[in-house]
Ligand binder design. Structure first.
Ligand code: HEM
Length: 400
């Protein structure tokens, strides 16, 4: 069955949407379960549809090569996108996911907690002495890079270079990639492959207790992984664990600064930090949508979406769906019933969710215990990115 009524159009690049997409999402959800994004591409707006489609085998994550080439060109970045687990379906997806999943189990991640606490204290020390900081550049960016370097066994001296290149790959995770971003992404993929490839070779002779060494074990246990797949999925795991976490820290802080009542609640009871982190992720998810390729025709709200089309599961809209969340536009750091989809769902559910939640818990516990945490000027959104992100979150801080 097909319906003739036109679904409303959504323009993610509209400056009002970049500033605050939630009123527009509400309008789209009220109009129906689908919106039009671009040629052959539809957005799914409601929570129930998003969560059921995350498990629907008629949708895949593997796109024909042409799709990546249209968005990022046909250089190293396109080859990279075609090899990483995020864009693969079974059986390759299962093989690649198994490769890195051992590195992110709760048992492995829990061992990092004391290290993360020390890093947060180290990064906050100069800001506490100065009484102010830009939370984006001085805490949110350096922290996840250092954590993931530690997890993977990447020397800290490389962290800044790796951060720079990983950010440039992140910018290319979108349907329309400007020319300069393509060039930067190609260069970043080449640099990271070379750099991590060389580190892998070193580990071959001197294995350690880190992800890189474990990947080599997987290679030797005959898991059928090519050297390119190993390097590219290492680069991807690095990248995946980095920017998203940065934006969780900055959007969470910006949300608290804009809602002093919720900051006061968290300060009065820091044990709320666990629900608070999930609420920040629901409130303003770093990744607002995940794209799926329609492998077989699928009917949504009376409209048939044909094979070869793209469906974007609109995480940000689903997380604010009034059909599922009580008072979704209210920030509630103690929210109990919160099945948000900020980490996706189904077979591609985020592998780093436990680590991200732990990093968030350490950061917000520390921030909530500061004697002073106040805005030090307006926050500034970062428009030039596929993520929900801030360019700057200036704060005054003090430790009593
Ligand atoms: C707040 C932080 C994070 C957010 C919001 C987030 C979000 C997501 C989302 C939405 C997906 C699913 C994409 C899809 O369905 O197509 C995903 C996948 C993934 N994430 Fe995360 N992520 C975060 C942190 C991390 C961290 C810290 C790591 C690792 C260190 C990580 C590693 C991965 C990997 C490897 C995948 C791909 C899984 C697969 O394709 O099977 N993420 N993440």
């Amino acid at each position: 069955m097909t319906t003739s009524a036109l679904a409303p159009r959504f323009d993610a690049l509209d400056p009002n949407v970049v500033e605050n997409p939630y009123p527009e999402y509400a309008r789209l959800r009220a109009a129906g379960p689908l919106c039009r994004l671009g040629p052959g591409s539809w957005g799914v707006t409601r929570f129930a549809d998003v969560t059921s489609l995350q498990h629907d085998p008629r949708l895949g994550s593997e796109f024909p090569a042409g799709y990546h080439e249209v968005s990022v060109g046909d250089g190293p970045a396109s080859a990279f996108f075609q090899r990483v687990m995020l864009y693969r379906d079974p059986p390759d997806h299962i093989r690649l996911r198994r490769l890195v999943s051992g590195a992110f189990t709760p048992a492995v991640v829990r061992r990092l907690r004391a290290h993360i606490e020390d890093l947060v204290d180290e990064l906050l020390a100069p800001a506490l002495a100065a009484g102010r900081m830009d939370l984006v550049s001085e805490l949110a960016y350096p922290l996840p890079v250092r954590v993931i370097c530690r997890l993977m066994g990447i020397p800290l001296e490389s962290a800044e270079d790796v951060r720079h290149h990983a950010t440039n790959i992140g910018r290319a995770f979108t349907a329309v990639v400007p020319e300069q971003t393509r060039v930067d992404a190609d260069e970043a993929v080449s640099w990271l492959r070379e750099h991590l490839g060389a580190l892998l070779e070193k580990r071959r002779s001197r294995p350690g207790d880190d992800l890189l060494s474990r990947l080599l074990d997987a290679e030797e246990s005959g898991d059928n992984l090519s050297a390119d797949e190993i390097v590219d999925n290492t680069v991807f795991s690095f990248f995946a664990g980095f920017e998203t976490t940065v934006h969780m820290i900055t959007t969470g802080t910006a949300a608290l600064l804009a809602h002093p009542d919720q900051l006061a609640r968290l300060r009065a009871d820091p044990s709320l930090v666990t629900t608070a982190v999930d609420e920040f992720l629901r409130w303003d998810a770093p990744i607002q949508g995940t794209a799926r390729y329609v492998r077989e025709p699928i009917e949504i709200g009376g409209r048939t979406i044909r094979r070869g089309r793209v469906l974007v599961l609109m995480i940000g809209s689903a997380n604010h769906d009034e059909r599922r969340f009580a008072r979704p536009d209210r920030l509630d750091v103690g929210r109990q019933d919160n099945p948000h989809v900020a980490f996706g769902g189904g077979s591609h559910l985020c592998l780093g969710a436990y680590l991200a939640r732990m990093e968030g818990a350490v950061v917000f516990d520390r921030l909530a215990r500061l004697a002073v945490l106040e805005p030090d000027g307006p926050t500034v959104r970062e428009p030039n990115t596929p993520f929900r992100a801030y360019a700057s979150v200036p704060v005054r801080i003090g430790d009593g």
